[in-house]
Design a protein around this ligand. Structure first.
Ligand code: ADP
Ligand code: MG
Length: 344
């Protein structure tokens, strides 16, 4: 049975995955995939023992913890959707600025400095937007409307400054699955409605995805009078407002799990397809022991309250006895086994 491990974001209030993801998970299970779900923040994972166990990892979370653990799995040749390098690069807004510009994508002019007093000499005049390099969900993003705002602001390490792009404040969200691009308009009150995406805008989104090697991507655009400007690119967005989003996601993930190389025009830098992973490969994490053998039923444990409601049955009852069994057997040999896998 092909196993898919979903690296899920931590939510303080234990809540089931959002409807789109919950539908995708249910649909994947209906199709016979073994779907495991994990929240890194609720486990005690030992990186030095982390090894590849699932046939496919799906990086849904944008937490630095899951991103770092993805790096460990990637180093061992795990198949990750989206590929780790693509996720890592798109999270770095300084690098993303360069990548997008190099790909010919219209982006706001951007400056990086630790001393905002240097901006005006460099041609950066308010209105400006100050944002953290490694950020998300708009946290720490500030508009500097005028010189007074600028004089009163300080840039902490890792901030970047962008020219403020005027335009329709109701952001257009572009959601991509491979070559397919959907548009959603977010109104001021938060309502989302589907938007017909003109071909130029869809191509722009695909170009953004190709720049990083993303297969599941979201592109934030300000579609102003002067044409569209890309403000932000994200991996694995919410897809909220996309019709049949859960089913489409399941379809895409299933195809990818089966080894199909998917991406805009099939030309992604990091989406080289690759072989299915060795089903006997072991993942072991002392403490949580996410572990799996092809020859035995799955012993994977997913330590998350969110998991229970989304899994078929409740496996938690069986976890402790399995753990005891494994401890008697001694440390898992996941690291050694996984080294058989080639690096891509
Ligand atoms: N250069 C800009 N011009 C106008 N508005 C911007 C600009 N940059 C960001 N914003 C606004 O701030 C929001 C968050 O910025 P974004 O770059 O997407 O950061 P995050 O990664 O935190 O989502 C955007 O959705 C947009 O509304
Ligand atoms: Mg954003």
């Amino acid at each position: 049975m092909t196993s898919i491990y979903i690296m899920l974001a931590y939510a303080k209030a234990a809540a089931p995955p959002k409807p789109v993801l919950a539908t995708a998970i249910a649909e994947l299970r209906r199709r016979g995939y073994e779907v495991l779900i994990g929240v890194a923040e609720t486990q005690a994972i030992r990186p030095e023992r982390l090894a590849v166990a699932a046939d496919l990892y799906v990086l849904k979370s944008h937490s630095s913890l899951w991103l770092a653990l993805s790096a460990v799995l990637h180093a061992q040749g795990a198949r990750i959707l989206n590929p780790y390098p693509a996720c890592s690069e798109v999270m770095n807004k300084v690098l993303a600025t360069w990548r997008l510009a190099a790909a010919g994508v219209p982006t706001p002019r951007t400056w990086v400095t630790g001393d905002l007093a240097r901006l005006s000499a460099a041609g950066a005049i308010p209105p400006l937007v100050l944002k953290p390099n490694l950020g998300g969900r708009g946290v720490g993003v500030r508009v500097l409307h005028d010189k007074r705002d600028l004089d009163g602001a300080t840039a902490t390490d890792g901030m970047l400054v962008q020219e403020f792009v005027p335009g329709d404040p109701r952001l257009v969200k572009l959601y991509g699955l491979g070559d397919e691009v959907f548009g959603v308009r977010r109104d001021a009150d938060g309502t989302r409605r589907q938007l017909a995406v003109r071909p130029g805008l869809a191509e722009l989104a695909r170009r953004c995805a190709r720049a990083f090697g993303l297969a599941l991507y979201g592109v934030d655009v300000i579609d102003g009078d002067a044409g569209p400007t890309v403000i932000d690119v994200n991996y694995f967005p919410s897809y909220t407002g996309v019709p049949r989003a859960g089913e489409r996601l399941a379809e895409f993930i299933a195809a990818y799990a089966n080894g199909r190389s998917l991406g805009p025009n099939g030309s992604h830098r990091h989406l080289a397809g690759g072989s299915r992973s060795d089903p006997a490969t072991t993942v072991s994490q002392d403490g949580d022991r996410i572990r799996r053998h092809a020859s035995r039923p799955s012993t994977a444990t997913v330590d998350s309250a969110r998991t229970v409601s989304t899994r078929r049955g409740d496996r938690r009852a069986t976890v402790s006895s399995r753990r005891r069994t494994r401890r008697r057997r001694g440390p898992a040999e996941g690291g050694r086994r996984s080294r058989r896998r080639h690096r891509r």
